[in-house]
Design a binder for this molecule. Structure first.
Ligand SMILES: Nc1ncnc2c1ncn2[C@@H]1O[C@H](COP(=O)(O)OP(=O)(O)OP(=O)(O)O)[C@@H](O)[C@H]1O
Ligand SMILES: [Mg+2]
Length: 298
C-alpha cells in the first residue's frame, strides 16, 4: 500500500490525496525517482524537529537513515511521503515538489496495523490499483505478481488477523509495491519482528530493490541492517533541530558479508558516530544517571 492511498480514507484528507493522485511524480522510465532535499526544516508549532537537511538521493539508490530515538527520522520520512510539508527549504521527487501523498511515494510502516483488517490480503494488495480504476484482470495480475514476490500467494483469501506479524509485514510490502512506486520509504519496517523473520525480509527487500530499480529510503536503528542493505548510510544528529551529521558510502559487494573486515570497520565507525549522538540525546533527556551506570558496567 501507499500511505498516500490509505490517507484517502482519513477524514479531511481525501481532497488533498485525490489532487495528488492527479499529478503523480513521474519517475524516469523503469527506474526509481530521485529525491532531493535542500535546506529543509520541519516544525511542529514552535518546535523545530529538523533543520538544514540536505540530501541528494539519486534514482535507484538504497539509502539508510540512522540516528538516536526522537531525532526526526520518521518526521523526515513523512515529509518525503508527502504526509507533512517542509516548513523551510525544498523537497522534490524527480524535480517536482512533494506537495502531498502520491502513489509514486510508497510508505511501509513499522507496524503492520496499517493494513485494512476488514479486507482480505488480496483486497489489501489491490487497493491502490482498484482506487485508480484498474480493471479486475489488472488487479488480479498485480495481486498474483506482488503476493508471489513476497511468497504469500497462498494467503490471498485470508484476513490480516489470520496472519503472523512477519506475514502481515510482507503483505504491507506487497501493497506498497503493487503501486509500482518510484520511491519506497520504509520506517523501521522489521523492528517488531524476530531475528529469523527479519533476516528473511532483509534478503527479500534487497532482492526486490535490485529487481525493481526503485529508490529506497530505509529508517533503522540496526547498524548491521544498514550495512547489509544500503548504498549509503546517513546519520542524523540528536534533536531538536536535527540535521544530517554524516554520510557513509557502503562500498561492499553484494550479497554482503557481515564478517568482511571492511564491514566491521564501517560498523565500528557508525557505532561511534551514532553513539555520540545517542549520548547527547540521553543527556538532553536527563538520562545522565543511566549513562553513568552504563559506563561503570562497561
Ligand atoms: N505531530 C507532531 N507534533 C509535535 N511534535 C512531533 C510530532 N511528530 C513528531 N514530533 C516530535 O519530533 C521529534 C522527532 O520525532 P520522530 O518521530 O521523527 O523521531 P524518530 O527519529 O523517528 O524517533 P524514533 O527512532 O524513536 O522512531 C520528536 O521530538 C517528536 O516528539
Ligand atoms: Mg520513528
Amino acid at each position: 500500500m501507499t500511505k498516500g492511498i490509505e490517507q484517502e480514507t482519513r477524514p479531511g484528507q481525501g481532497a488533498a490525496t485525490v489532487a495528488a493522485l492527479r499529478t503523480p511524480v513521474q519517475p524516469a522510465a523503469g527506474r526509481g525517482a530521485a529525491l532531493r532535499v535542500e535546506g529543509a526544516g520541519i516544525s511542529f508549532g514552535d518546535f523545530r524537529a529538523v533543520q538544514g537537511i540536505d540530501l541528494d538521493i539519486p534514482a535507484g539508490e538504497f539509502l539508510c537513515l540512522l540516528g538516536p530515538s526522537g531525532c526526526g527520522k520518521s518526521t523526515l520520512l513523512s515529509a518525503m511521503a508527502g504526509f507533512i510539508q517542509v516548513s523551510e527549504g525544498t523537497l522534490t521527487a524527480d524535480g517536482a515538489p512533494v506537495s502531498g501523498p502520491d502513489p509514486e511515494l510508497g510508505m511501509v510502516f513499522q507496524s503492520s496495523e496499517a493494513l485494512f483488517d476488514w479486507m482480505t490480503v488480496q483486497q489489501n494488495v489491490t487497493f491502490g490499483p482498484r482506487m485508480r480504476g484498474r480493471s479486475r484482470a489488472e488487479q488480479n495480475r498485480v495481486a498474483d505478481e506482488f503476493l508471489g514476490l513476497v511468497g504469500l500467494r497462498h494467503c490471498a483469501d485470508r484476513y490480516p488477523g489470520q496472519l503472523s506479524g512477519g506475514m502481515r509485514q510482507r503483505v504491507q510490502i506487497a501493497r506498497v509495491l503493487a503501486n509500482e512506486p518510484g520511491v519506497v520509504l520504509m520506517d523501521e519496517p522489521f523492528g517488531a519482528l524476530d531475528a529469523q523473520t527479519r533476516q528473511v525480509l532483509q534478503q527479500e527487500t534487497a532482492r526486490i530493490w535490485s529487481a525493481s530499480g526503485c529508490t529506497v529510503v530505509f529508517v533503522t536503528h540496526d547498524i548491521d541492517e544498514a550495512i547489509l542493505l544500503a548504498d549509503r548510510v546517513a546519520v542524523m544528529t540528536a534533536g531538536p533541530a536535527a540535521s544530517i551529521k554524516s554520510l557513509y558510502t557502503v562500498d561492499l559487494p553484494r550479497p554482503r558479508d557481515e564478517s568482511d573486515p571492511a564491514a566491521l570497520r564501517l560498523r565500528n565507525q557508525l557505532r561511534e558516530d551514532i553513539g555520540e549522538e545517542v549520548r547527547k540525546a540521553m543527556r538532553d533527556q536527563g538520562l545522565d544517571d543511566q549513562l553513568d551506570r552504563e559506563a561503570k558496567n562497561a
